[in-house]
Ligand binder design. Structure first.
Ligand SMILES: NC(=O)c1ccc[n+]([C@@H]2O[C@H](COP(=O)([O-])OP(=O)(O)OC[C@H]3O[C@@H](n4cnc5c(N)ncnc54)[C@H](O)[C@@H]3O)[C@@H](O)[C@H]2O)c1
Length: 252
C-alpha cells in the first residue's frame, strides 16, 4: 500500500495554520503541526478525531535547535519522507492595536520578527528541501502577506520587510530546485479573520473593510484551500509565484 503523503505545518495552532491542517487531513495527508502555543496538541487531537493522522509539537520556531529537532521528528514519523512544507507561523507586533513607529522598534523586536517570519522558513527549507529533491518531489508554501506586496498601514515595518524577504527566499529556492521536482511558492493573504486580525485596532479594520471589493474579510479555510491546491500535482507548473488572496484590495 502506498504511504500517505506528509505535510509539516508551522503555526499549526493559529487560525490559518489550523484551517490548512484541516484541509490536508481531509485529503488523507499525514500532518505534523508545530507551534509555540500548547493549543497545538488540542488542535492535533481535534483534527485527528475528525479527519485523520495529525500530530502536534510545541516548538519555538525562532530557536534553531528546537526547529531542527522538529524537522527530524517529522521525518522520523514519516519514514524519512516530507512531501509538503507550509511555513505559516508568523508574528506582527502591535502596540495598542497598531504598528510601532520607527523610533519604538527595538533591535530585539526586529530580530525576533525576522527570526520567526524568515529565518525559521529558511532553516526548515534547508532541512527538508534536500530530502524532497532526492525523491524528485516536493512542495513548499510560504505564508507571506499583502504587506509584502504593498504598504499596509496596520502593519509594522519589521513585518513588511520580513514578509517581503520571504518572497525573495521563495524565488531563489524555486529557481534552484525546480529541476528537482520541488516547487516553492508564496501566498499573500489580505485581512483574514484570525487572532492576528483581532489584535488590530478597530479603525484599521473598518478602513480595510471599506476598501475590499469583496466586502468582507477572508476566512482561514480559503487560504488553506489555496495552499492545498499549490501542494497538489495540478499545481506542478506554478513555481516561484506569489498568489494574492485578498478579496481584491490589492491588484497587480
Ligand atoms: N490574519 C491575517 O490577516 C493575515 C494576513 C496576512 C498574512 N498572515 C500570515 O498568516 C500566518 C498565520 O497567521 P494567522 O492569521 O493564522 O495568525 P495567528 O496568530 O492565529 O497564528 C499564528 C501562529 O503562529 C504561532 N507562532 C508565533 N510565533 C511562533 C514561534 N516563535 N514559534 C512557533 N509558533 C509561533 C502562534 O502561536 C500562532 O498559533 C502568519 O504568518 C501571518 O503573518 C495573516
Amino acid at each position: 500500500m502506498k504511504a500517505a503523503p506528509s505535510v509539516l505545518i508551522t503555526g499549526g495552532a493559529g487560525g490559518i495554520g489550523k484551517a490548512t491542517a484541516a484541509c490536508f487531513a481531509k485529503e488523507g495527508y499525514r500532518v505534523s503541526l508545530l507551534d509555540l502555543n500548547e493549543a497545538v496538541h488540542e488542535a492535533a487531537q481535534m483534527l485527528s478525531t475528525r479527519a485523520g493522522q495529525v500530530q502536534g509539537r510545541v516548538v519555538d520556531v525562532a530557536d534553531e535547535t528546537q526547529l531542527i529537532a522538529a524537522a527530524r521528528w517529522h521525518l522520523s514519523e514519516t519514514a524519512g519522507k516530507c512531501d509538503v512544507l507550509v511555513n505559516c507561523a508568523g508574528i506582527s507586533p502591535k502596540g495598542q492595536g497598531g504598528p510601532f513607529a520607527l523610533p519604538e522598534i527595538t533591535t530585539a523586536q526586529w530580530e525576533r520578527v525576522h527570526r520567526v517570519n524568515v529565518t525559521a522558513p529558511f532553516i526548515l527549507c534547508r532541512e527538508l528541501i534536500p530530502v524532497m529533491a532526492e525523491r524528485g518531489f516536493g512542495r513548499v508554501i510560504n505564508v507571506s502577506s499583502r504587506a509584502a506586496r504593498t504598504y499596509v498601514p496596520a502593519s509594522g515595518l519589521d513585518y513588511h520587510t520580513s514578509k517581503t524577504a520571504l518572497l525573495g527566499l521563495t524565488r531563489a529556492l524555486a529557481g534552484a530546485y525546480g529541476r528537482h521536482g520541488v516547487t516553492v511558492n508564496s501566498v499573500a493573504p489580505g485581512r483574514i479573520a484570525t487572532a492576528m486580525a483581532q489584535a488590530t485596532r478597530q479603525d484599521f479594520l473598518d478602513e480595510t473593510l471599506r476598501m475590499i471589493p469583496a466586502g468582507r474579510f477572508g476566512e482561514p479555510q480559503e487560504i488553506g484551500e489555496l495552499i492545498l491546491f499549490l501542494a497538489s500535482e495540478k499545481a506542478a507548473y506554478i513555481n516561484g509565484a506569489c498568489i494574492d488572496a485578498n478579496g481584491g484590495i490589492y491588484m497587480t
